[in-house]
Design a protein around this ligand. Structure first.
Ligand SMILES: *Cc1c(COP(=O)(O)O)cnc(C)c1O
Length: 358
């Protein structure tokens, strides 16, 4: 057989033009002794999920998983208080968000979202060929509903509680956006377990034509490594996200462990959520008592103003504590985002921050 001749062509010429400016997500992340950088659950694996994973050698590994995760949808629907037809799953909620954005827009359409918000939004916009229109927060800290609606966007994204600032959107603001939007509104509730009880729109979403609520087992449920996300909405909306997503997105082992956690670990999750909420208040008070500016948070992290975000994060890492730096955040300035975990970790973070940012 003759080898394929080398054509000498430029490999980069084959890529989508819109991908050229895209970098990889956080490619420099290194392990760190106390990692408070990614808002995951710092209390370990939910016990029932851990047992399910330990027993997994067998069909859950050798066979394909359920095509559209029927059993997992049933468990998620029960947790979210909706019917299984109102649920779509994905490989993390990142996958659900990306699939939903693609399902409800054409390349060239507009997607609107607040700034600052979840760092993946500009990436999803670009990957799906959309024009991103960003809107700063209002002076009172709420999302600017009028400015979002004025974009006439085909897709509007709201993150509530918002990453990286921490506060949930007011119910009135979300209602105005959903009611007035020309297209679909995606409300990202990745941190909803840490917010006020009944703040979630998941139970309402199946009865609204244009509202999709995205959620994840990566944060409160402590299963980020398994990649299980989901969204809740009217069955026709959810069916379109499912088409866009494709088959087999949740692995068999992830599905088994997620079902075990949803069925048997809710008390474990609830207890650690309560501990995070208590530690969040204690940590924010300690920071404010030290004269720092801390954004109000309904999530499992707080955003703290610093003089120089990159320098503070590097100096904290040198002291064994990883946090996420946000240089020049719109309306905030330089800040670091610190995940809330067990109190001894927060004491480490307080000491490291005090030395890192004087
Ligand atoms: C962490 C996070 C997600 C992504 O979670 P996965 O389910 O792990 O993909 C989605 N949205 C926001 C706002 C997040 O902070």
């Amino acid at each position: 057989m003759s080898p394929i001749p080398d054509s000498g062509r430029d490999t980069l010429a084959f890529a989508r033009a819109s991908y050229r400016a895209l970098g990889l997500y956080d490619p420099l992340r290194e392990p760190c002794e106390v990692d408070l950088s990614d808002n995951t659950n710092l209390f370990g694996v939910p016990p029932s999920a851990g047992r399910a994973l330990a027993e997994l050698a067998g069909p859950a590994v050798t066979r394909y998983p359920a095509v559209y995760a029927r059993e997992l949808k049933r468990a998620l629907a029960d947790y979210a208080g909706v019917a299984p037809e109102a649920v779509v799953t994905g490989c993390g909620s990142d996958d659900v968000l990306d699939s939903a954005i693609r399902a409800f827009s054409e390349p060239g359409d507009t997607i609107a979202f607040a700034d600052p918000t979840f760092a993946m939004l500009p990436v999803f916009a670009r990957m799906n060929g959309l024009v991103a229109r960003t809107v700063p927060f209002r002076a009172d800290g709420d999302v600017d509903a009028d400015a979002l609606l004025a974009t006439g966007a085909r897709v509007t994204y709201l993150c509530s509680p918002n990453n990286p600032t921490g506060a949930a959107c007011s119910a009135a603001t979300i209602a105005r956006v959903v009611d007035g939007a020309a297209g679909v509104v995606i409300v990202d509730e990745a941190y909803i377990e840490f917010a006020a009880p009944h703040a979630s729109l998941a139970a309402l979403a199946p009865r609204r034509a244009n509202l999709l609520v995205a959620r994840t087992l990566s944060k409160a449920f402590g299963l980020a490594g398994l990649r299980v996300g989901y969204a809740v909405g009217a069955p026709p909306l959810v069916a379109d996200v499912e088409k866009s997503r494709g088959p087999y997105k949740v692995s068999g082992p992830a599905e088994r462990a997620a079902i075990a956690a949803l069925e048997s670990d809710r008390a474990w999750v609830g207890a650690h959520v309560a501990e995070v909420v208590a530690n969040r208040a204690r940590f924010a008070t300690a920071l404010r008592d030290a004269g720092r500016t801390v954004a109000p948070s309904d999530a499992n992290f707080v955003l703290v103003r610093v003089a120089d975000a990159a320098a503070a994060a590097a100096a904290m890492r040198a002291r064994g504590v990883a946090v996420r730096p946000f240089p020049g955040l719109t309306g905030v300035g330089d800040a670091v985002r610190i995940t809330i975990g067990p109190w001894p970790m927060m004491e480490r973070a307080l000491a490291a921050l005090t030395e890192a940012d004087q």
